[in-house]
Design a protein around this ligand. Structure first.
Ligand SMILES: [Zn+2]
Length: 428
């Protein structure tokens, strides 16, 4: 796994340099760099989709003469560590899925991925779709047959018969079943494994407050994920589940709701388990937001849980547990493309510093998903997944909501919130 601290930082650029035709250079008003935060006067050079130089010295000359962009901020493309591309984000998510064919769901998935792309998301992780639909959407983008963000997909999440999101098809009850389904997902091309360790609010009859599996089954799955070199993302709404996932070294705990019989309680033992596991908490902070359309009792409960979790997320962050800016986009009343809002909310509602909130939606997410050596930061050797914001993010936090340009692997794919369809070209 990549270590951001070891990436080369910009040199002082004593020498100017000439670059070849085909290179592209950015010179935004401010550029967000690993380990340095927002820096002025930085030139970012890209050749063949890869960042080849980051310098605060003289601009490159030749074909790649940088266009100065005063009043803008260049940040890494956002990474949404938790979406459901095949979910509608409406009020009847499960019914919408059940009523839709795989072919149509695949098209819907791409549409949702493109919505996110237009809002600055260059990588997203689909944490559960029916069958292999999200894997197909991933492949359509990866092969250049359509425009989209880089997609990671888990396939159908592993869950119990009748358990949380069982309709997606990843049911497994015994230890042997769980291992078999995990192997099947990876054989089908899953980029990571998703386990529903507790029930969820989306699934009537499942119990969000209790484990769906005993600890030995989860331990066996965690070991299998390691053997298969796949990150394990664990859905957890109880303190017991959060601590168990951390103690077994899960890459990410989604939601991280620390529910106990005495209400929401973050114990020192839970913190210790997460730290020992190197586990990130995906706060899915966009679930239950006050302005997401409160349409009754369900939303009110979610909003209440969110409110109670805000100080818990702050405490986790203070204790050194990385927070991620996943959205859970697609679940009830959570629209696709809300990742920038999640970053903003981690600052405004949880209290993270702006730089830290941005890391939650970029480098920390890349690292947790095993992509740290590929994307998530503006540094030489990484993919040119870049987001140019219309505004100075140092002084205006809402600039994150104004994507002027979005670039994936060096290709301009969206401009001012609209897809750049001229990027729709096959690579073969
Ligand atoms: Zn989810």
């Amino acid at each position: 796994m990549n270590d951001l601290e070891n990436l080369p930082l910009p040199h002082d650029g004593a020498q100017s340099f000439e670059v070849a035709r085909g290179a592209v250079a950015w010179r935004a008003g401010a550029t967000f760099l690993p380990g340095r935060g927002f820096v002025e006067g930085v030139t970012v050079l890209v050749v063949d989709g890869i960042i080849t130089a980051v310098t605060d010295g003289p601009e490159p000359t030749g074909a790649a003469a940088a266009r100065p962009r005063p009043g803008t901020t260049l940040v890494p493309g956002l990474i949404d560590s938790h979406v459901h591309l095949t979910f509608s984000g409406g009020s009847a998510v499960i019914d919408d899925v059940v009523a839709t064919s795989d072919v149509t769901l695949g098209m819907v998935a791409l549409y949702h991925a493109q919505l996110a792309l237009c809002r600055g998301v260059t990588t997203l992780a689909d944490c559960g779709a029916r069958g292999e639909v999200a894997l197909g959407a991933r492949d359509a983008v990866a092969s250049g047959r359509t425009v989209g963000p880089r997609i990671l997909a888990s396939g159908a999440p592993i869950t119990t018969t009748g358990g949380h999101c069982a309709i997606l098809g990843g049911c497994a009850d015994s230890l042997e079943d769980v291992i078999r389904v995990a192997r099947r997902q990876v054989a089908a091309g899953a980029d990571f494994l998703k386990l529903m360790l507790t029930g969820g609010n989306l699934t009537p009859g499942s119990n969000p407050g209790m484990l769906q599996y005993p600890a030995e089954v989860v331990a066996a799955l965690a070991a299998e994920a390691r053997r298969l070199s796949r990150p394990l993302v664990v859905h957890a709404h109880s303190a017991e589940a959060v601590a168990l996932a951390g103690s077994l070294g899960a890459s990410v705990v989604a939601h991280g709701t620390c529910a106990t019989s005495e209400g929401i309680v973050l114990s020192p033992a839970t913190i210790a388990a997460l730290r020992a596991g190197g586990t990130a908490i995906d706060a899915t902070i966009t679930v239950g937001m006050p302005d997401d359309g409160d349409d009754g009792q369900v939303m009110s409960e979610r909003a209440q849980v969110r409110k109670e979790m805000l100080p818990v997320f702050g405490a986790l962050h203070d204790a050194g547990v990385p927070l991620l800016a996943g959205t859970d986009a697609g679940v009830t009343n959570v629209r696709h493309g809300a990742t920038a809002r999640a970053v903003l909310a981690l600052e405004s509602d949880v209290g993270l510093q702006r730089e830290e909130a941005l890391l939650a939606g970029t480098a920390h997410a890349a690292r947790a998903l095993g992509l740290g050596g590929l994307t998530g930061a503006i540094a030489p050797g990484l993919a040119a997944d870049l987001l140019l914001l219309d505004g100075d993010l140092r002084h205006d936090p809402t600039a994150i909501l104004r994507p002027a340009e979005v670039w994936v692997q060096g290709a301009l794919v969206a401009r001012h919130g609209y897809l750049a369809l001229d990027a729709n070209r096959r690579k073969d």
